[in-house]
Design a protein around this ligand. Structure first.
Ligand SMILES: Nc1ncnc2c1ncn2[C@@H]1O[C@H](COP(=O)(O)OP(=O)(O)OP(=O)(O)O)[C@@H](O)[C@H]1O
Ligand SMILES: [Mg+2]
Length: 481
């Protein structure tokens, strides 16, 4: 059975029970004299035989909730309450009509019942639950239970720190529980299709998953820099021992913060991507120049969202164009600056607290002040490669698939032209394009297939093209040759 089918079976049973719970709650609340079962006495479905991501999550749930016999609510009831909370948050996605009873009007006042809480959407026609809806469902009019279950909405509760649920959108000075209760996209995916959650870039999620077909051996760095990079990767693999086994959390915060600086095209992004590949962790890139300049209250929420997901999943965060952070902590001129400053301090704080690897990258090396530098465990400078590295880069880039004509002397090119790895890739791209054009023209010129020997000769990379490619790169950077 696929994950999707298994989830559908399990949640089908769950919602039957959920509907009974709602019915029982309404009857007990509005007709206390009627002989309706109490919500706590309705036995939730047993998934012992069930499977799939939703059932797996339920199986782990009891262990996450501390065992305690004190208080008005037993451990079993608490597990049940967590389950109802999940179903309530999922309901607008899976069983929206289930919540329609909450639209029932209070005829005394000709308006909805305050105790149901809830919101109506701008486009969605159904009932959107809030924290208040959840408390009504779990506690009805029982004040002790209501106070107890308020604990389900504390910020530090695992449902929020593990990014399962969110309670958001409260207005200042209004009751906290009037916030909307929503399920995160991550868990919505998990409890429906069951696919691995890979968020795509959006305003909600301003980060892009970085991947590369290249391997560690393709990275060309001078030995000291490579050693520093390896040290960083090895901290990440040893952290569990140092902080866990040796209990060094008093001295060190978990996680590692590194700053990569250096000219464009020197391998900063590539290196971050490869560190992720080596550690088996996904790397997400956030372009800070975009995030910080477009600041409107939303951005902070989106970043918070990103940090929450990343923290929990052990992702590596790669903040590109990090200079957007250095400059802004200056005197404010207008409201926009003030926002940007708020944003920057928020970001710096989250970066400092991030329990996994954060890498910031920038082209500027100046104006990194001491206060800023202190926040990083390492600051790595990526220089324009020297002649030896450039030779290796040229050789790797042409490889075996792009044979060179005899006049090409890569050693000489490497010696003469001080260009970066990124520039070399662009030159090789230009040469490959030129060779492909020659082959195409040869095909067009002849009525039949050209002899392989001819093709072999004309597809060879020409020195002339390489030099022209280099000139084009240098011209782009405002240099002449
Ligand atoms: N040191 C290097 N070793 C191997 N390949 C490199 C190196 N530097 C650059 N390259 C090649 O150039 C491409 C561009 O490099 P990369 O994007 O990592 O540069 P960057 O330092 O992040 O540049 P920017 O500052 O412009 O973001 C890489 O994908 C890789 O193909
Ligand atoms: Mg880059």
């Amino acid at each position: 059975m696929s994950n999707l089918e298994a989830n559908a079976v399990a949640l089908g049973k769950e919602y039957q029970w959920f509907n009974e719970v709602i019915e029982a709650r309404f009857t007990r609340y509005f007709q206390p004299a009627a002989d309706a079962p109490d919500v706590q006495d309705l036995v939730p479905p047993d998934h012992a035989e069930g499977a799939g991501p939703y059932v797996d999550y339920l199986k782990g749930l009891a262990d996450k909730i501390p065992q305690s016999d004190e208080g008005p609510v037993s451990h079993t009831e608490q597990v049940t309450a967590h389950r109802l909370l999940l179903l309530l948050a999922l309901a607008p996605h899976l069983q929206p009509a289930t919540l329609d009873v909450f639209f029932t009007k209070n005829t005394n006042f000709d308006r909805g019942f305050t105790e149901f809480g809830g919101l109506t959407g701008k486009q969605h026609g159904g009932f959107l639950p809030t924290g208040e809806t959840a408390l009504f469902l779990l506690a009805g009019g029982d004040l002790r239970r209501r106070m107890f279950f308020t604990g389900l909405f504390e910020e530090s509760h695992f449902l929020y720190t593990e990014n399962v649920l969110q309670l958001s959108g409260q207005k200042a000075d209004e009751p906290f529980l009037s916030g909307q209760l929503t399920i995160s996209n991550e868990y919505l995916t998990r409890f429906t299709t069951g696919d691995e959650f890979r968020p795509r870039y959006s305003s909600n999620f301003p980060a892009k998953h970085l991947q590369t077909p290249l391997e560690w051996d393709d990275l060309v760095l001078e030995a000291p820099l490579e050693a520093q990079v390896l040290e960083l990767a090895s901290w990440m693999s040893s952290e569990a021992i140092i902080l866990g086994k040796w209990q060094m959390t008093r001295l060190f915060k978990p996680g590692y913060r590194a700053l990569f600086h250096g000219p464009p095209g020197t391998g900063k992004t590539l290196c971050a991507t490869l560190i992720g590949k080596k550690l088996g962790l996904p790397v997400y890139r956030i372009d800070l120049s975009q995030v910080v300049s477009k600041y409107i209250g939303e951005t902070e929420k989106n970043l918070a969202n990103l940090f929450n997901i990343a923290e929990h999943k052990n992702w590596i965060l790669f903040f590109d164009e990090a200079d957007a952070l250095f400059g802004k902590r200056t005197a404010t001129k207008d409201a926009h600056d003030r926002y940007a400053n708020q944003e920057v301090s928020y970001l710096l704080q989250r970066i400092e607290d991030f329990p996994s690897l954060v890498i910031l990258a920038t082209n500027l090396k100046a104006n990194i002040d001491d206060a800023f530098a202190r926040r990083f465990q390492s600051i790595l400078y990526f220089p324009v490669p020297g002649p030896l590295q450039r030779l290796e880069l040229w050789e790797n880039a042409f490889g075996e698939n792009l044979p060179l004509e005899a006049e090409v002397d890569l050693k000489q090119l490497a010696r003469e032209y001080e260009i970066s790895g990124g520039d070399i890739v662009n030159v090789v791209r230009y040469c490959a394009l030129k060779a492909a054009q020659r082959v195409r023209e040869e095909h067009e010129k002849r009525a039949e297939e050209p002899p392989p020997k001819v093709i072999e000769a004309i597809r060879k990379i020409r020195k002339r093209d390489i030099l022209e490619g280099i000139r084009r790169e240098l011209r782009k950077q405002g240099k002449t040759v």
